[in-house]
Design a protein around this ligand. Structure first.
Ligand SMILES: CC(C)(COP(=O)(O)OP(=O)(O)OC[C@H]1O[C@@H](n2cnc3c(N)ncnc32)[C@H](O)[C@@H]1OP(=O)(O)O)[C@@H](O)C(=O)NCCC(=O)NCCS
Length: 171
């Protein structure tokens, strides 16, 4: 079975908070973006789903979707898809951020989530996606290059250790 991308739900609380704790020491990425320590999961979920549903978009969010990657009932990761970029994101972060939780890696989830996210960007009118990652993030670099992403250039200072890649959103 292929994984799906879907909105966070109340039933995800335990798995999502466990995943968030596991990712706190990760050098590259948070799991639950904008999760405030000790806030009720339901409050975070309402905030993030309002962004994905186009209802409300407070900083640090941008118009787009924050979706969980689920495989056969198991939460395995998340994507944050940005349909519009501000100046900072257009240079340093790009259209997409993704995390596959430790314990679920090297099973093709990121590869499949990347393809599904590109399709959603295409629907939102983005022809070429910018995806960035740190020079030291060998897993993400390998993932992107295996997916056919073209290295464009290093990002400008002060985040000059970040690699910028371009990916067509049409197959
Ligand atoms: C990067 C990350 C999303 C990869 O997730 P994943 O589900 O393990 O990746 P996949 O199984 O889909 O891997 C697809 C391909 O990417 C490459 N790849 C993925 N992880 C790799 C690793 N640790 N080392 C080398 N290549 C790797 C391989 O080419 C792999 O294909 P293969 O398994 O057939 O060799 C995951 O390691 C992660 O969440 N890291 C922490 C958060 C992060 O860095 N996010 C990206 C920020 S830019």
């Amino acid at each position: 079975m292929a994984p799906i991308l879907r909105l966070p739900a109340l039933e995800d609380e335990k798995a999502a908070l466990d995943g968030h704790r596991k990712m706190l020491t990760d050098p590259f990425m948070d799991f639950l973006l904008d999760y405030r320590s000790a806030e009720p999961f339901a409050a975070w979920m309402e905030r993030v789903n309002a962004v994905s549903l186009g209802l409300h978009c407070p900083a640090p969010w941008l118009p787009g979707e924050f979706l969980f990657i689920e495989d056969e009932g198991t939460l395995v990761g998340r994507v944050w898809i940005r349909f519009e970029l501000d100046e900072h994101m257009a240079e340093y972060e790009g259209h997409l951020g993704y995390v596959v939780l430790p314990g679920h890696r090297r099973r093709g989830y990121a590869h499949q989530a990347l393809a599904m996210s590109l399709a959603r960007l295409r629907l939102a009118g983005v022809q070429t996606a910018l995806v960035t990652c740190e020079q030291s993030n060998l897993a993400s670099i390998a993932l992107l290059e295996a997916a056919g992403a073209a290295f464009e250039r290093m990002a400008a200072a002060p985040m000059a250790s970040r690699r910028r890649y371009m990916l067509a959103t049409s197959p």
